[in-house]
Design a protein around this ligand. Structure first.
Ligand SMILES: NC(=O)c1ccc[n+]([C@@H]2O[C@H](COP(=O)([O-])OP(=O)(O)OC[C@H]3O[C@@H](n4cnc5c(N)ncnc54)[C@H](OP(=O)(O)O)[C@@H]3O)[C@@H](O)[C@H]2O)c1
Length: 430
């Protein structure tokens, strides 16, 4: 048998502890598959005395995580601390510079600094792998780099945040409002005490930027992602969506357009007839459309100690057998730097919900605003009649450019019969 692969883990929280458990529990299986043992040699975290419920017998504790880079007894550094800068970045950059392979689950780091880190890793001849950074346990990056590698990807999209999917699913199933369901999700441990990264779409945007870079061979462009979260999704919109044959999901979507690389994260109306509309609760799913393979969907757990450890350990296994290549499918210098396709140029269908005074002539004014911007209406629902009072009016449009849609909404919101800002949700053709 070849000499063991000597591993150091920086960060022993949810993912770090899960990875230690996996390396212990499946040690023989990993050794058989790699033809060598994967040995946990050293660990680093902040608090040495904390009981983590893991067996660290025979493992060296290192006080300064960044010092792992200089440790001659280590072949691979696994960064599981988190954060786009600070210690995590120092650990990863330091390990690469010292000629060590790196595995990380850190989507924020890769979304912000992935291209430069990949360039450094290639220059040093070491691996930089981050399967766990996108959709946790779902091996989507490996699928893109290997099984789907012969395809030109035309579009990639997915449910990339389990917290948002749990909240939207629970809102639909229990007809409750966002704030109420968020509070329950926090009590159950499905949402953080500060949930903003999840519910404002930032976490999904980090993952989408990494996913799009791998799928399209582009330099990672987090700044080019259009991001909207789920705070404004209401029980009323979820109910209307059902009536129209849709479900509301927070999706991350990327494709190449004539204007460049379009990357967007926002609530979407997803046709109920599509498989992804039925991916519920904390589950994630990613759909890849390739020119030869057609549509492929992978579904699974996007977070949690065990699924994330599964992805981290798979990267370690690949390094153990020498089965790794460019982090973003293409060598870093060959990655494209396409411009970000502006959202104003996005072409799609839209759902609008207006709260209007129930009075003759209101609908004619709305129709006129749409006509003047050349937005063509597909259908309209006015539920209930309460003369002189506020009622919701919902309409969907045919495909139109977002800039025209926004101009029409600005005109509609100026009408004195429209009582609240119009709610707009994009309707996806999936
Ligand atoms: N949780 C998931 O399901 C999941 C899924 C996919 C990807 N990820 C990614 O995986 C990474 C880790 O997430 P997590 O949920 O495991 O985080 P976590 O539970 O908060 O754990 C973070 C760990 O980093 C350690 N740490 C913090 N600052 C440190 C420092 N200066 N030096 C050394 N160690 C330090 C902490 O030490 P102490 O324990 O001593 O405080 C802790 O063990 C993040 O990048 C995250 O985005 C997480």
């Amino acid at each position: 048998m070849k000499p063991p692969l000597r591993i150091a883990i920086a960060g022993l929280g949810t993912v770090g502890a899960g990875t230690v458990r996996l390396l212990r529990q499946n040690a023989d299986l990993l050794a058989a598959r790699a033809g060598r043992r994967l040995v946990l040699s050293a660990v680093a975290a902040r608090d040495r005395r904390r009981d983590r419920g893991i067996d660290l017998a025979g493992v060296r504790w290192v006080e300064d995580a960044a010092a792992l880079a200089q440790d001659p007894e280590i072949d691979v550094v696994v960064e599981l601390i988190g954060g786009s800068d600070g210690v995590a970045r120092a650990v990863v950059a330091g390990a690469i510079a010292a000629g060590k392979h790196v595995v990380t689950a850190n989507k924020a780091l890769i979304a912000h600094h992935g291209t430069e880190l990949a360039r450094a890793a290639e220059a040093r001849g070491v691996a930089l792998q981050f399967e766990a950074a996108v959709a946790g346990g779902i091996p989507i990056l490996k699928a893109l780099r290997e099984g789907l590698a012969a395809n030109r990807v035309t579009r990639v999209y997915g449910i990339l945040n389990g917290t948002c999917n749990y909240i939207l699913t629970t809102m639909r199933e229990s007809a409750r409002d966002f704030a109420d369901v968020l509070q329950e999700a926090q009590q159950l441990g499905y949402a953080e005490a500060d949930p903003s990264f999840d519910i404002d779409g930032v976490d999904a945007a980090h993952k989408l930027a990494v996913l799009a870079a791998v799928a399209f061979g582009n330099a990672v462009d987090f700044a080019g992602v259009h991001v909207e979260g789920i705070r404004h999704v209401s029980a009323l919109d979820i109910d209307f969506a059902a009536e129209l044959g849709y479900r509301i999901k927070l999706l991350g979507l990327a494709r190449l357009t004539a204007n460049g690389l379009e990357q967007r994260v926002h609530p979407c109306m997803v046709p109920r007839s599509t498989p992804i509309a039925h991916v519920d609760g904390v589950f994630n799913a990613v759909v890849v459309e390739g020119d030869f393979v057609g549509r492929v969907m992978l579904e699974g757990r996007g977070a949690g100690a065990e699924p994330t450890a599964s992805a981290v350990a798979a990267d370690l296994l690949d390094i153990a057998v020498g089965r790794w290549s460019s982090s973003f499918t293409l060598p870093a210098p060959a990655l494209e730097a396409r411009p970000a396709s502006p959202m104003a140029r996005h072409v799609g269908a839209y759902y609008l919900r207006l709260m209007v005074v129930d009075r003759p002539g209101v609908i004619a004014d709305i129709a006129a605003a749409l006509r003047d911007e050349q937005v063509s209406m597909e259908q309209m629902i006015q539920r209930g009649r309460k003369p002189g009072e506020a009622v919701p009016v919902v309409l969907t449009t045919h495909e139109t450019e977002e800039a025209a849609m926004r101009r029409a909404i600005a005109r509609i919101d100026k009408l004195d019969t429209v009582l609240e800002p119009t709610r707009m949700i994009r309707v996806e053709n999936l």
